[in-house]
Design a protein around this ligand. Structure first.
Ligand SMILES: Nc1ncnc2c1ncn2[C@@H]1O[C@H](COP(=O)(O)OP(=O)(O)OP(=O)(O)O)[C@@H](O)[C@H]1O
Length: 774
């Protein structure tokens, strides 16, 4: 082994050398960029100078067009070049802070040489652009760093599997370009770096985990093969982190056929979206299209509808009495199933063979085309044609009919009346138009132009209405479908209330996906952009119907689903979700399980594991911390005082992000009312867009996917968390804590907490502060 190149001295010198090269590259790039910028400015200024505009003959026109095109191409090329330089500059800036974080010495089978592979967030070549000084973490060879300890190793490239021997594996802690630590490891990735990273305080933005990716996470990130990858991962096992790294990995490896705008990342709420928004840019990638499923549904539904959110659904449900709640759950489950989707398909089949509900077409309060005429035309179309194709025919036919009306309407008096209202400018334009077309302009020609203009404008809304298929009343047909539903007593009862809501143009969440599916099957689904990769985080919160809908909309896209069956907070809504093992998906699906939990300290993971609703392996990363505290509030202390006391305690312990988690928005509001005059505290609701440090009050379902230094669970009494579905909420709430967990209750603790052995937590009773202090 080459002792010299392993010495720390060598590493310090190398770091200096690499930083110098980065500096040089930056200077060169700056110079190049300012040159390109000057070129762009100059080219924009003189764009027309190099073009000879000649419109005399057809040949001249073509030549002129050609030369404009060429000139635009040169400009676009230079602008692209400038954009690329800018991106590279940002990459170099990041490398300056931390050029690399790992090194492996690798000898390929059959080769004499041992290569020193340094790994960082992006690659760097030497001055002559011959050798890699740093390999991008996504390069094929970099995978051995994440997958192996020193010894025999292999990695896959697009073409082959390369085998060899790893003789050294080293980690560097480099901050602001300064070497802070060097660690050699003989097992997989050494824990020191991970320990350091996990012991840090919670941040308002998620960090990339590129330097400490674990082997099982690497399998998720680099997975290829099946079109659907399902990741079941314990709370805090790095699912979201791995999902974002996977997107960065795929964008890097499929540069030519996958761009950021072809990726759709579905996240649980806006707060979460903002929390993770920094990771991809930090990895040097463009942000991808990120939406909640609710936004996704709203975007493709009728503008006039109010679509309830899943949070409204859960809140409504939690407000109901036990018996009513059971009924409503039954109803929601009915509408969440793939069986209901099949019902809709059957209903559509029937509609296709009979008729749809159309709206008559009117213009200026006059009936232009009666709905019965549209019905007759629809009925005359070939029976076997699919509904969206029939609708296209109807659309074309209607537009044709409208064009004929336009001609008739041209001569009417109202057009003349409107002409009087036109401006001088309009008249002047009409004059020029006719002059250009006819050579000279006559009053009659001008009037014709002006009449056409008025007609075009007047008919535009009608044409839009036809293009947007508003001549077919999908919403009314959907209401009819709901009204005619068969189903058990609960569904029958529900129908009545649902119809009332629908009449008010309010779409309950349990019907929202179904309506979009129904509507899309009639008028065509609004899939505006090509999407090649869909990543669904918190996928356990999707109903089978919702997932089937996405698969149906994007049959050619690859899917990565990440979730945790134990955090199925909508288990109220559906007993099934796409993360479950026994869910049968049509095609081949590969599953990866992440069992190690990184977020919380070992005592917190151990504590929560006793009330995880489903028996799933979870292993805590060895990080110590205080035992969770379970506190009974006696009658002598108010909730307000108890909370203030606990918050102060956490602040004194140095925690910066402290969450008071309650079950419902109502409970959060009450707590906020009690505290906001006493301390600086923020209430998080559905509309909260950004995550801030400090003390926050948040309902469990909005704390999903996020983490806090300390969590205080406001009221874990038996009357709050009692239903089997509450167990998921309790588990989700407690696993948000990184370093410190406190659970308060009054009178009797939740039955789920009673399953935790006493030695797994500190049990205290809170008494009034004055008493305690005296
Ligand atoms: N390999 C790793 N290196 C450093 N930190 C990690 C690693 N894996 C996970 N973490 C950290 O653990 C925490 C939890 O990660 P993440 O939020 O991705 O987990 P999750 O599985 O999505 O959690 P949950 O389902 O409970 O919301 C984050 O702070 C993340 O940075």
């Amino acid at each position: 082994m080459d002792k010299q190149s392993n010495s720390h001295e060598f590493e310090y010198q190398r770091l200096e050398k690499v930083l110098k090269i980065i500096d040089n590259k930056q200077s060169a790039l700056k110079e190049q960029s300012s040159k390109v910028k000057e070129d762009v400015v100059e080219l924009r200024k003189t764009f027309w100078d190099d073009i000879t505009v000649n419109m005399d003959e057809m040949d001249d026109i073509i030549e002129t067009q050609e030369s404009i095109k060429q000139q635009s191409n040169i400009l676009a090329q230079k602008e692209r070049h400038y954009g690329k330089n800018y991106q590279r500059m940002k990459q170099l800036e990041r490398l300056k802070n931390q050029p690399y974080f790992g090194r492996v010495d690798f000898q390929e089978e059959g080769s004499e040489d041992i290569e020193k592979i340094y790994i960082g967030t992006s690659s760097l070549m030497d001055e002559g652009d011959k050798d890699f000084l740093i390999y991008d973490w996504r390069a094929p060879i970099s995978s051995i760093y994440y997958d192996y300890a020193p010894g025999p190793v292999e990695y896959r490239t697009e073409e082959e599997t390369v085998q060899g021997e790893m003789s050294l594996k080293r980690q560097y802690m480099i901050r602001n370009g300064k070497m802070k630590g060097i660690f050699d490891t003989s097992v997989t990735i050494i824990d020191e770096m991970l320990q350091e990273s996990l012991s840090e305080a919670a941040d308002t933005q998620m960090k990339s985990i590129v330097s400490t990716i674990q082997q099982e996470q690497n399998a998720v990130i680099r997975h290829r093969g099946s079109k659907v990858l399902v990741v079941q991962g314990a709370a805090g096992s790095g699912k979201t982190s791995a999902a974002l790294q996977r997107i960065a990995y795929l964008l890097y490896h499929h540069r030519t056929n996958l761009t950021a705008n072809q990726v759709l990342l579905l996240s649980p709420n806006d707060l979460f979206s903002s929390y993770v928004s920094n990771v991809l840019p930090e990895l040097g990638e463009e942000p991808v299209n990120q939406q909640t499923f609710h936004q996704f549904v709203v975007n493709s539904t009728d503008n006039a509808l109010h679509v309830d959110s899943p949070f409204e659904q859960i809140e409504k449900l939690m407000r109901l009495e036990e018996k009513e709640q059971e009924k409503q759950m039954e109803v929601i489950q009915h509408f969440s199933s793939v069986a209901f989707m099949d019902d809709i398909k059957r209903q559509l089949e029937k509609l296709n063979q009979s008729n749809l509900t159309f709206r008559s077409i009117r213009f200026r309060n006059e009936l232009l085309i009666d709905k019965t005429e549209i019905e007759d035309y629809f009925a005359s179309l070939e029976k076997d044609m699919r509904l969206p194709n029939k609708m296209e025919q109807v659309r074309k036919w209607l537009l044709q009919r409208v064009r004929a009306f336009q001609k008739e309407e041209m001569e009417k008096d109202w057009v003349l009346d409107q002409m009087q209202l036109l401006s001088k400018d309009d008249y002047a334009k009409a004059y020029h138009e006719t002059e250009q077309e006819e050579g000279e302009s006559s009053i009659q020609d001008e009037e014709k132009v002006l009449r056409e203009k008025i007609i075009r404008k007047a008919f535009a809304p009608l044409q839009n209405m036809i293009r947007q298929n508003r001549f077919v009343n999908t919403f009314k047909m959907f209401m009819d479908l709901i009204a005619e539903l068969n189903g058990n007593g609960a569904v029958q009862e529900y129908k009545v209330d649902a119809i009332k809501l629908l009449r008010k143009k309010q779409l309950p969440w349990e019907l929202a996906t179904a309506y979009n599916f129904f509507k899309g099957e009639i008028t065509g689904h609004e899939v505006t952009r090509p999407v090649h990769l869909i990543v669904i985080d918190e996928a356990q919160d999707y109903t089978p119907f919702q997932f089937a809908y996405l698969r149906y909309l994007y049959p050619y896209a690859s899917f990565t689903l990440l979730g945790d069956v134990n955090q199925a907070i909508y288990s109220y809504a559906s007993e099934e979700n796409p993360i479950q093992e026994d869910i049968s998906l049509e095609e081949s699906v590969e599953r990866i399980e992440l069992t190690k939990s990184y977020r919380s300290t070992k005592p917190i993971v151990d504590f929560a594991s006793y009330f995880s609703p489903i028996d799933q392996p979870i292993e805590a990363f060895e990080r110590s911390g205080p035992l969770p505290e379970v506190v009974r509030l006696t009658k002598s202390i108010s909730e307000k005082d108890a909370l203030l006391h606990k918050i102060e305690e956490k602040q004194q312990a140095g925690h910066e992000t402290i969450a008071i988690i309650a079950k419902t928005a109502d409970a959060c509001r009450k707590i906020y009312q009690q505290l906001h005059k006493e301390i600086d505290v923020k209430q998080i609701n559905e509309d909260t867009k950004t995550y801030q440090k400090g003390v926050v009050i948040v309902p469990v379902y909005l704390a999903k996917g996020i983490e806090f230094d300390a969590v205080i669970l406001a009221d874990a009494s038996s009357e709050v968390y009692w239903h089997p579905a509450d167990k998921y909420l309790l588990y989700t709430a407690c696993t948000r804590a990184m370093h410190d967990l406190t659970v308060l209750y009054t009178e009797e603790m939740s039955p789920f907490l009673k399953d935790v052995p006493k030695e797994k937590y500190r049990y205290t009773t809170i008494v009034e502060r004055q008493e305690e202090e005296s």
